[in-house]
Design a protein around this ligand. Structure first.
Ligand code: SP5
Ligand code: ZN
Length: 344
């Protein structure tokens, strides 16, 4: 299986994040990508290639142009104001204000374009975020052209929390959504996105919620108790044209492989019935029992079973890396999914 990876993705390096009231080392840090890269190398999986540079066009098929411009310039604007550290929002539109005005000031726009404080904009953020989108697109080129049956886009930072004009949850551009749209624009009539990250892929859901040409199915911690709290319930089915093409499988804290796998079987049936021309897997492995910010109980060997089950769908498949924060085991767990797929 071919892997796409860019060293530029290491350039995003947040000074830290808030967790339980303390400013701590960022969970989403460059070492994550290196852990996965080392495991891919050790598995002798095949070529590891840097992507070619794409224009902004495939990104703008998914994301709002002013939002993308904001991501490109926010750090320079922050520094021009002599602010120390990384650009962070301090206020959000929490349902009680007007929604039709985009503020001019940077602090206003930081709040307008984000939904949480976990996603710092630092010196190298844009370059890394753009490189991650290119990594996703390179994989999308391979599977949509038929050149490869499967590919791995080793993206970092992750993408599935990023909505069309809103960042958060360590995500800035939605790599999986950009790849799915690329497939749609290059021959695939229907694309399914299967999101196995511990957290609900709220961004991906928002992007495709009114569309029937991209199906979204997500297994995740129940938003009643788990981040991102405000989306991911089972009754979110899509709207308008998109009704019936969004499928959420919220699962309780402590979910083990058997219960998780039962939900995967249900989601797989939905994907299979949809008859997609391509499958994008939002591959987060923060479902691991020792993940520092999550609460499922999957173990290392279960990831190979996950890969096997995904291979059974028999579709051209692009794996797009999302979350996973137990950095010591992150690479092994992610690569186990790929091995399970290859060996199926
Ligand atoms: C892509 C992805 O996995 N993003 C996850 C973003 C989660 N951000 C905040 C998580 C807060 C969890 N707090 C629980 C602390 C338990 N020690
Ligand atoms: Zn996650």
């Amino acid at each position: 299986m071919k892997t796409y990876y860019s060293r530029k993705q290491l350039e995003h390096n947040a000074a830290g994040e808030f967790n339980r009231g303390a400013f701590v080392q960022a969970f989403e840090r460059p070492d994550r990508a290196l852990s996965v890269l080392a495991a891919v190398e050790a598995a002798h999986f095949g070529a590891i290639e840097a992507p070619t540079e794409f224009s902004l066009d495939p990104i703008l098929r998914i994301h709002d142009a002013a939002f993308v411009k904001f991501l490109q310039t926010a750090y320079a604007e922050w520094k021009a104001m002599d602010r120390p550290g990384d650009a962070l929002p301090m206020m959000w539109n929490a349902r009680v204000f007007r929604e039709d005005k985009i503020p001019e000031s940077l602090d206003g726009r930081l709040g307008y374009y984000s939904f949480d404080i976990s996603s710092a904009i630092a010196a190298g953020t844009w370059d890394a975020v753009k490189a991650a989108a290119d990594v996703a697109l390179a994989g999308a080129v391979d599977i949509s052209s038929g050149r490869e049956k499967v590919a791995f886009s080793l993206c970092r930072p992750p993408g599935h929390h990023a909505a069309s004009d809103c960042y958060g949850g360590y995500c800035y551009l939605n790599n999986a959504a950009i790849a799915a749209q690329y497939c749609r624009d290059h021959g695939a009539n229907r694309v399914a996105i299967l999101d196995v990250d511990f957290h609900h892929g709220n961004g991906t859901q928002q992007i495709f919620y009114s569309r029937s040409d991209v199906l979204f199915a997500s297994l995740h911690g129940d938003p009643k108790t788990e981040y991102p709290y405000f989306l991911g319930y089972a009754d979110e089915k899509g709207k308008g044209e998109g009704e019936g093409f969004n499928h959420n499988y919220p699962l309780p804290r402590g979910t083990d492989w058997d219960a998780w796998n039962a939900a995967l079987t249900a989601a797989s049936k939905v994907v299979d019935t949809y008859k997609p021309d391509a499958l994008i897997v939002s591959l987060g492995v923060d479902t691991y029992k020792n993940d520092p910010i999550s609460s499922f109980k999957l173990d290392t060997q279960h990831y190979a079973l996950m890969g096997q089950a995904i291979a059974k769908l028999g579709k051209p498949t692009l794996f797009v890396m999302e979350g996973g924060y137990a950095i010591g085991e992150l690479g092994t767990n992610a690569v186990n999914v790929l091995k399970g797929f290859e060996n199926a």
